[in-house]
Design a protein around this ligand. Structure first.
Ligand SMILES: C[S@@+](CC[C@H](N)C(=O)[O-])C[C@H]1O[C@@H](n2cnc3c(N)ncnc32)[C@H](O)[C@@H]1O
Length: 273
């Protein structure tokens, strides 16, 4: 089981072994499609023979492609960040500005992405209305986080060889699939029915967005394509995804960034098989 090179909100690295139990029986015969990739916790665990991976986050996909095609270049840039981070208190904000200006090379962007992910507040990825990354520096002391983990980066690069990577919405990613494909969907979770007034998750994926996603799931079923989705389990889940099989998991996911005040919420697997 390989470790992802970034941490990601809702990341499935620690849950992947549990989720694997719910894959279809003929999983090994199918092409693996993951259109809401994030940190790719499932992909790195499953290591499928053929994979098509995508996400709506452009800089995330550039980072994956850089790791895939020039991991040594990314490592060399990341080592510079690691060194400067130890000696310069404000270095995080210099890199954030550089990242928001676009960076000079794809490897430079990937290294900045990974550096910010390792040193920011809880590994969040959030942008303002101008599309600028605005997560503040995390609380960790400079020595306590491995910024450049060469072994993990090189292993991820090996596992990404031959994989198709795209910057696109999940809607586009689902268009050209056939029944030899299996889709794993991991959207930003449905909000808790009792706590959410706005009905928006923090990632901007609303209850309405989930209703639209469920129509795409129905379309997959009509085309004979198997899918599995991770989601929160609450009243919304049964209203919106009630046409599918909903299996509650015995694990819970955490709500909120602060470890001390985090609440636990139920989690489930939704499948059409
Ligand atoms: C919960 S995260 C996925 C976590 C991932 N499974 C992991 O192990 O790290 C959800 C992902 O969906 C992506 N996303 C949100 N809306 C999307 C859309 N409309 N199309 C494609 N990807 C989308 C986000 O950028 C984010 O990376």
């Amino acid at each position: 089981m390989a470790k992802p090179f970034i941490k990601w909100v809702g990341g499935k690295y620690t849950l992947a072994n549990e989720l694997k139990k719910h894959l279809p029986n003929n999983f090994d015969e199918l092409d693996y499609i993951e259109p809401m990739l994030g940190g790719a916790g499932m992909f790195f665990n499953l290591q499928p023979k053929k994979a098509i991976l995508s996400d709506i986050n452009k800089k995330l996909i550039i980072t994956y492609k850089s790791i895939q095609n020039n991991v040594e270049g990314v490592i060399s840039e990341l080592k510079k960040h690691e060194l400067n981070h130890k000696t310069n208190e404000d270095y995080f904000y210099d890199v954030r500005e550089y990242f928001n200006k676009g960076c000079e090379t794809r490897e430079g962007l990937a290294a900045a992405f990974i550096y910010l992910n390792k040193t920011n507040f809880n590994g969040l990825y959030r942008v303002n209305s101008k599309g600028e990354f605005n997560v503040p520096k995390g609380r960790t002391t400079s020595g306590s986080v491995t910024i450049c983990d060469e072994k993990v980066l090189k292993n991820c690069s090996d596992l990404l060889k031959g994989v198709e990577l795209y910057w696109k919405s999940y809607e586009d990613a689902l268009k050209d699939l056939n029944k030899h494909c299996f889709v794993y969907l991991d959207p930003p979770y449905l909000p808790q029915t009792d706590v959410s007034f706005t009905k928006y998750s923090k990632d901007g994926f609303s209850v309405e967005d989930h209703k639209i996603l469920s129509t795409h799931c129905k379309d997959l079923s009509e085309r004979g394509i198997k899918f599995m989705m991770s989601n929160a389990e609450n009243d919304y889940t049964h209203d919106i995804y009630g046409d599918f099989t909903i299996k509650p998991l015995t694990v819970y996911h955490s709500l909120g960034p602060d470890k001390k005040t985090r609440k636990k919420a139920k989690e489930c697997i939704i499948t059409n098989y």
